[in-house]
Design a protein. Structure first.
Length: 270
């Protein structure tokens, strides 16, 4: 039995806990810590898992999953460093934070795996990228991959790519939600009721995602198949190009990557 404690069970931490339970992990193998006792009690009641404090988690868990905001990491590491048991695996879900930060702040030799998941974890469709820190072994990586496979797909990447991955798939779902939101608004502009516009766009997104998921045709080919000569789609594409949507996406994802780097650098001197 591997006991897993999620330290900071907010949006992504709860998504992981619920996904692990859905994937068949027993509730008595899962623990969580939360800053506010009310939130911990809520999670405990909702999922039947134990709510503990940081020393309790360090005592009982084999794997500590850190899921606090990067800005909240320092006090958590201060609390964890004196109580963590030797060899306990630390799994960081935090954007930007390098494994070296944990290795510096926790006892010498602590194995750390850095993960960038995303919120589709709640429907078992996460994309998670994992990287080993200095003391993490192949077995540690295998264990983390096995855990995350129950909530979606997993890719192994060099840690140097994690900031870019964060900008692509970590933040990625938000870009799709933003696009869907804008397209629903376009339906309103054209006089379509909001409910119908929402159904039209969401079902189009689901269908398009499933076509992409078949993985046998490049997105360009799929788009070309929708784009008839002198038809409607090409008129829309011309507007998207005119408004620089492709360039905007490149710049947006680059900005997200830069922010991930910055979040890590904020802890360099500490
Ligand atoms: N949301 C996302 O799509 C993704 C997030 N991530 C990463 O996951 C991490 C969490 O993000 P998210 O879930 O969105 O954030 P949330 O704010 O929803 O969750 C963090 C939780 O941790 C709690 N917390 C803070 N400090 C402590 C502490 N010392 N002990 C126990 N609990 C604590 C917070 O409490 P309080 O509410 O009081 O602040 C909050 O409930 C971040 O590092 C983020 O970069 C990674 C991939 C995707
Ligand atoms: O916006 C953020 O910082 C987090 C990390 C990736 C997705 N959400």
């Amino acid at each position: 039995m591997t006991t897993i404690a999620v330290l900071g069970a907010g949006k992504i931490g709860e998504a992981l806990l619920s996904g692990l339970l859905r994937g068949g992990r027993a509730a008595d193998e899962l623990l969580c810590t939360e800053r506010h006792p009310g939130r911990a009690a809520e999670l405990s009641e909702r999922y039947g898992i134990g709510a503990v404090d940081v020393p309790g988690a360090a005592q009982r868990a084999d794997v500590l999953v850190v899921a606090v905001k990067p800005q909240d990491i320092e006090p958590l590491l201060d609390e964890l460093a004196p109580v963590i048991k030797p060899g306990t695996l630390v799994v960081s879900l935090c954007a930007g934070l390098p494994t070296a930060l944990y290795e510096r702040r926790l006892p010498e030799g602590t194995p750390v795996v850095r993960v960038m998941p995303n919120t589709p974890m709640v429907v078992g469709e996460a994309m998670s990228a994992i990287s080993a820190g200095r003391y993490a072994t192949a077995e540690h990586l295998d264990l983390v991959e096995e855990l995350l496979r129950t909530v979606g797909k997993v890719a192994r990447v060099p840690e140097g790519q994690q900031d870019a991955v964060t900008a692509l798939s970590g933040s990625g779902p938000a870009y799709f939600f933003y696009l869907v939101e804008a397209m629903i608004d376009a339906g309103i502009l054209l006089g379509i009721p909001r409910d119908l516009s929402t159904t039209l766009i969401i079902q189009s997104a689901i269908g398009a995602a499933q076509m992409l998921d078949r993985n046998d045709q490049h997105p360009v080919i799929l788009r070309e198949a929708v784009t008839s000569p002198a038809g409607t789609t090409i008129m829309a594409i011309r507007e998207l190009e005119k408004h620089g949507v492709r360039a905007a996406l490149l710049a947006a994802i680059e900005a997200a990557r830069d922010r991930s780097v910055e979040l890590g650098q904020a802890h360099e001197a500490e």
